[in-house]
Ligand binder design. Sequence first.
Ligand SMILES: Nc1ncnc2c1ncn2[C@@H]1O[C@H](COP(=O)(O)OP(=O)(O)OP(=O)(O)O)[C@@H](O)[C@H]1O
Length: 629
Amino acid sequence: MKPPPMVTDETSTSTKNEPEIAEKEKGTNDRKMNLELSKPQSATAQELITRTFSEGCPQRNANDFKFIRGLGEGAYSNVILGQEVVSGAEFAIKVIQKSHLIKNQKMDAIAREKNILNYLTQKCRSHPFISQLYTSFHDHTRIYFVMELVEGGDLSDSLCHFGSFDLPTTKFFASEILSGLKFLHDHYIVHRDMKPENILIKMDGHVVIADFGSAQAINGLTLPSEEFTDENQTSSGSSDSRSPSPLRYYSDDEEETMARRTTFVGTALYVSPEMLTDGDVGAQTDIWGLGCIIFQCLAGQPPFRAVNQFHLLRKIQTLDFTFPEGFPPHAIDVLQCILVSEPSKRIKTEQLMTHPFFENVDWENIANLTPPVLHAYIPATFGEQEYYSNIDVVEPGLDDRAMLRLLNIGQGTSGSQPSTFRPILPDVFNEPFTVEITPRTNSQTDRLRAAREKKLDEQQMNNNFHLFTNNMLILKQGYLEKKRGFFARRRMFLLTEGPHLLYIDVSNMVLKGEIPWTPCMQVELKNSGTFFIHTPNRVYYLFDLERKADEWCKAIDNVRKRYAKQIEQTFNTAMQDGTFGSIYGKKKSRKEIMREQKALRRKQVKDERKAMKAEQNQKTVGQVDQKLS
Ligand SMILES: Nc1ncnc2c1ncn2[C@@H]1O[C@H](COP(=O)(O)OP(=O)(O)OP(=O)(O)O)[C@@H](O)[C@H]1O
């Protein structure tokens, strides 16, 4: 590596070059016009960011933006969609509470994050796969980073939705991340917190490496720095010649101390061995993180997993991981070069780019390549072939189509009509839905109620899983393998009235979760054993060991139709009050359920006693009144 440049703040003078608009307005010398000169007008965010390469960051404050809606939360920040008033351009604004930072001694770390983003965007002229900073400012209570908006969620969301990716998709993500890392490392910056959550996905499907909260300058690179103190409030970084900010140069030692302080943020799943042993945390640390991401994209799980942090860290230190059967050979080879304990023996960026895993990647033209469409997909495992979904191909990004899909609007769900979504089943299953008899007379209702009560009593007596059902009748139950990439877990599935589709870890008797019902839920039969359930946030890949997947598909679809109205109502309410996602999938152990049921019974008894007492009081008052009259 060449020695790094000494970076000064000359990159960032917003008024040294007059904005283009000033040229057009030449000749008009009234004061109002002069003010307009420095304003960018109806420009795209990217144009505005590009302008900062020569002009520096513009000076802004919170009143220059409309804060529209939340985009995400970090340990120290809220990220909000903001629109610059003057230009109409939209940005992601990271808002950080100063009090929170001071309490946690993170002021220096945040200043460093801003300086690094400033340096990468303005001095290094940014990179398509690296988060870009437009400007930053602060007031008494908060710090604001105005950044390029990336609206397609992050890689962790996509992994959660699809479970895993096929080889070409994984290769695509890995090559863009590696290209971004090369840019960072060529400019003497290490990210040090590579994980799927920090890989954002743009609307067009390309990636952006985000969250430079743990990043660090290496090889003696010194960045000009500005602190977010009250004296330089609302200034926009080392960027504005109108209000020169106090510059401070960190020595390597200071940098190092700060760096160590922020080493352990977030999850330890992607932490490299050298981070655990105070070893050499540099460019090779990011390569380790990339290796973990490649593994997870293909396998559906990160390489190192354990029941607790202690065991996890031990596994990382001892390189205790295995490749699942069927893992692609080139991927095994590249990961064997990456997941190496000693950073100096780990494969370097340039070598990695020429590894057969990345064969045919057009590194020069990578930002112009068309990203793959993300599919529901399950790799070949346990003697089963691989499967791609035939339905609802989810395009990257959050356009109107995606919103319709996610919010379930306009899918034929007008009024109380059930959804027009159809499961993809062979013709034989598309026979008319056999509805249970709708009671017409009181005696019919009574008979049905009595029959249900009887069944429920039997269930309570004879079925161990009754306690998970909240006193609902089980309509179908059985073991299914719940798959995710190359991994599978055996769970007892209960399809109950309500409707509910619960899955239980039988060895620990723990309710592991519940598949959410939405009007747009789709069941997709792949073969006699395999079927997919598509929900807004996740695809469930299920395998019936008895090879009666068709029966499950039919039962689930029938229940979905039978409860169409309720499902729609519950879903709409949950979407309105923002509880969708939180009402499903709560893990509960047998003990917890028993405790809850006991508490419920106690409350019922208490309420009954109260009611009886109130009734008695009422009677006594009545008797007294009678006597008196
Ligand atoms: N540029 C962006 N565009 C859209 N959303 C973003 C952007 N940057 C961040 N987010 C959202 O905000 C969340 C938090 O951002 P970020 O990870 O930068 O915060 P943080 O406080 O540094 O978090 P951490 O807890 O990882 O340190 C992200 O997970 C993402 O969902």
